[in-house]
Design a protein around this ligand. Structure first.
Ligand code: ARG
Ligand code: ZN
Length: 865
């Protein structure tokens, strides 16, 4: 068992670095097992303090100060620092170290993937490359030279603009790169190897020419086309929406097979998980095309929100991530359907972020302490961080928001900033004091808003009483009220809005900024009682509690004018019904509700198939989970299936009708076609939910006829839980067809782990194609099982917990970041019914008693706390 308690880093302890390093020259001599890194930096003292550099797993060959070699007595090296005891106020430091990229299984720093060099430095990977003040507020101009074997590594890339290239003797060659924009070390990148490139170019609105390249595995260039289209669309969008241009002559993206995250915004050289670059019409789903578009956008948008304006310290991570997620969500909304995008974003927020906020790992969007920075790349920082910016736009209005963004870009360009800096811009643009709003950043937990209505028929006034309460979270029991901007409308029940005094077109924003607040609205003479539509478009990331009967909710759903709230009314109805079915196992699903939901699907089927598809999606177990404690996921899953079956029966003819039409050809990843395929996939899913004796035959036939990956995969997914010959035949056929395409085989693993049992997950983790060194493959088994298949993961026999526990303990010593991420799947353990709760606890305690990495230890300790 570990005895050393992890050291907490505290926001309050921030002190600026006492030196500035205006320039650094890095010289890499690339060899897989022994890469030599020489750094030459121009250092200036700016305040009092010791000269300490970060460095881990580096073999130090020599140090020179102003050209003079230092003796061992002149410096102190520990496992993670290098301190030079005496330095002048201005000096040149030269270090020479050797690193071993081939043994870097943690995929942080410089490592090898698919025989090529690549790097990942955020948050603290650069210290595995050379000695450096590895913190985001130390910004420097980087000049890079690298040499490598010419045959094995013909392409040499780094940040900025390419410089000299040439022969370096002995079959080696060299290349230089210069980045004119000062940057923190976490944005450094280097790639070297043999790639195919998809090239294009872009002219900015200022008339500047940019060469674009997407670097991929040999033979895969065509599969980079969509990523390139997405990149150009992103560049255009940022110019149009925020007036922000790209600022270098080159922008490159490199696809890497083994990558811990989605992608990384290194200046001018984004490095991507290949899953978010490669796509072709045969092997990629609409979800893949959408994800590529949004992640390419996300990383590109970081160029302004993240790179040119970076974070002062890692506590400010949401400054770049929340804001950039907001920007990528807006980008997707503009390119696709805004309401559909909003629904998808909220589904994800509710199932992941709300869960995190309600469990032992809850933390504020800007935390004030952390044990391990890698573990702060969470749904809260990213997704809730984005919601807070969206809610700000509602609170101060689009005009003040846009003006504030321009102030931010102008005033903070080239700096390492804080949330306070960011909000100062909106205080200026709106003329408002936003200090209370900033509480959202320091307070964890999802606020609950209770809504009460009182209609005075004689006076024709509606009194809306709102109150808020944020549940206690770990180490934060007292909560203060936050300003909650709620978009609100009064519906007339005839498809329009009621006239309300002082509201515009029957709409307004109610701001609940204290614990209780009452709003009195006067309606026109002769008006009927209006229906209240609140938190439209999900304007604030809260849970709304209303005491409405099924009848009232159905009436509201029918009267809604906001597509988000239409969808959400049905979600509330379905959730309530699932819990009723859980409590009344003998009772059939409410036919009136099923009919209303099916009618809504029929209503939108032709005009907005993507929206109709979302209506068929009942709340997932991850979301339902949060509404009851103790919770029995298997029982919930069963109740949910009963409701789904009833819906499938009601929509049987519609499903047949939808599926008898041909799928759109030729395939285009357009939102229109994707919407049609989303509805077809939903109908395929409902065909399985019917659970009739011929369902498997029908699904196998649909699989065989499916003209694209979206629908093939929908068939496979639907068949997996239906044991029998058809299912086995399709699983085998799919494998045989795609065994040479790793990204498709990831899906094959994920679908089975996501729909199967703990035994299936175990079997998949022993499959010859399972690969501990490839995070995508590991996630396609372990995360698909533990994060999307909650009924099986949390089954009472405890097998699910043990299987995942074993996977994690095998991963941890090679890749701590991945292990820690997988461990978060246990975060809900204490809410489980007693048997599963005990087994989850046992697995966590066993893990705690192993010699886990610092990252994994941090999660286990907080989960058990
Ligand atoms: N900045 C990257 C992104 O948002 C993610 C980096 C993840 N790094 C980490 N240590 N978790 O796209
Ligand atoms: Zn990001």
């Amino acid at each position: 068992m570990r005895t050393d308690t992890p050291v907490l880093t505290k926001l309050d302890n921030y002190t600026p670095y006492p030196f500035e390093i205006d320039q650094v020259h890095l010289d890499f001599s690339l060899e897989p097992t022994a890469t030599r890194v020489r750094a030459k930096m121009q250092v200036r003292r700016v305040s009092d303090g010791a000269f300490v550099l970060d460095g881990q797993k580096l073999k130090l060959n020599s140090i020179k100060l102003d050209g003079t070699p230092l003796a061992e007595s002149d410096y102190v090296v520990t496992d993670d620092t290098l301190t030079i005891t005496k330095v002048p106020s201005k000096f040149v430091l030269e270090t020479d170290v050797t690193i071993d990229p081939s043994s870097n299984t943690a995929l942080s720093g410089l490592y090898i993937s698919g025989g090529r060099f690549c790097s990942q430095c955020e948050a603290t990977g650069f210290r595995n490359i050379t000695y450096w003040p590895d913190r985001p507020d130390v910004m420097s101009r980087f000049h890079v030279r690298m040499d490598a074997d010419k045959a094995a590594y013909p392409i040499l890339l780094s940040n900025g603009t390419p410089g000299d290239t040439g022969d370096a003797g002995n079959g080696r060659h060299f290349a230089e790169w210069d980045d004119p924009h000062p940057k923190p070390s976490y944005l450094f990148a280097l790639c070297a190897g043999d790639y195919d490139v998809w090239r294009d170019d872009f002219t900015t609105m200022n008339g500047d020419h940019v060469d674009l390249g997407v670097y991929v595995d040999k033979g895969q260039a065509e599969r980079a086309k969509w990523a390139m289209e997405s990149l150009k669309a992103s560049m255009k969008w940022d110019e149009k929406r925020f007036g922000r241009c790209y600022d270098l002559g080159v922008f490159n993206i490199v696809a890497v097979r083994d990558f811990n995250f989605g992608a990384m915004e290194n200046k001018g050289l984004n490095i991507f998980n290949s899953a978010y670059v490669l796509a072709d019409p045969d092997s990629a789903t609409d979800a893949d095309f959408e994800a590529i578009e949004s992640i390419v956008g996300h990383e590109y948008f970081h160029n302004w929100t993240g790179n040119r304006i970076t974070c002062r310290d890692w506590f400010q991570l949401c400054l770049k991530e929340g804001l950039t997620v907001f920007r990528d969500q807006e980008f997707s909304s503009d390119l696709r359907s805004r309401p559909v995008q909003r629904i998808k974003d909220v589904m994800r927020l509710r199932s992941r972020q709300f869960a995190e906020d309600g469990g032992p790992l809850a933390h504020p969007v800007r935390p004030d302490t952390y044990g391990s920075i890698d573990n702060l790349y969470t749904a809260t920082v990213y997704e809730k961080g984005s919601e807070l910016i969206r809610a700000l736009t509602v609170l101060i209005g689009d005009e003040a928001f846009n003006k504030g963004m321009q102030i931010y870009f102008d005033e903070f360009d080239g700096t390492a900033s804080t949330i306070e800096d960011f909000y100062s811009c909106f205080e200026k643009s709106s003329g408002r004091d936003l200090s209370q709003y900033r509480r959202w950043y320091s307070q964890a937990g999802t606020p609950e808003v209770t809504v009460k209505e009182d209609w005075d028929e004689a006076a024709k006034t509606l009194t809306i009483s709102l109150s808020q309460k944020t549940p206690p979270t770990p180490r934060q029991s007292e909560k203060k009220p936050v300003p909650i901007p709620l978009r609100t409308a009064l519906l007339d029940g005839k498809g329009g809005h009621a006239d309300a005094e002082g509201w515009t077109d029957g709409e307004t924003v109610l701001v609940l900024d204290s614990e209780h607040k009452t709003f009195k609205v006067k309606l026109a003479e002769g008006a009927d009682r209006p229906l209240l539509s609140i938190n439209r478009q999900f304007s604030a990331p809260v849970r709304v509690r209303r005491d409405l009967s099924t009848e009232a909710l159905l009436e509201l759903a029918a009267a809604e004018t906001d597509p988000f709230n239409t969808w959400d009314s049905f979600q509330t109805l379905a959730r309530t019904e699932i819990f009723r079915l859980l409590d009344e196992p003998q009772s059939p699903p409410d036919s009136e509700l099923v009919e209303a939901l099916a009618d809504a699907v029929r209503h939108y089927r032709s005009d907005d198939p993507a929206f109709a598809a979302l209506l068929t999606a009942l709340p997932d177990i991850g979301e339902l989970f949060q509404h009851r404690e103790p919770v029995d996921p298997a029982g919930l899953d069963d109740a949910r299936k009963r409701l789904r079956k009833a819906l499938a029966e009601n929509l049987k003819n519609d499903a047949e009708a939808v599926l008898s039409e041909p799928s759109p050809t030729p395939f285009k990843p357009s939102p229109e076609q994707a919407g049609t395929r989303a509805l077809r996939s939903a109908m395929i899913g409902l065909t399985g939910a019917l659970a009739t004796s011929d369902a498997a035959d029908r699904l196998k036939a649909l699989y065989e006829a499916a003209p694209n990956m979206t629908e093939s995969l929908a068939c496979l997914r639907t068949l997996v839980p239906l044991p029998g010959a058809q299912r086995d035949a399709v699983i085998n056929d799919f494998y045989e067809k795609w065994k040479d395409n790793a990204l498709v085989i990831d899906k094959w693993f994920a679908v089975q782990a996501g729909q199967g049992t703990a035994d299936d997950a175990k079997r998949l983790s022993e499959h010859p194609d399972y690969d501990l060194s490839n995070p995508n493959r590991v996630r396609s088994v372990a995360a698909a099982f533990a994060m999307t298949n909650l009924a099986a993961f949390h089954a009472r026999d405890g097998k699910g917990h043990r299987v995942v526990g074993e996977i994690i303990s095998k991963i941890d010593n090679r890749n701590p970041a991945l292990a820690a991420r997988l461990l978060t799947s246990f975060e809900q353990w204490s809410k489980l019914e007693p048997t599963a709760k005990a087994s989850a606890k046992k697995v966590l305690e066993d893990l705690r008693d192993q010699d886990l990495s610092k990252n994994a230890q941090d999660i286990v300790a907080r989960a058990l706390e």
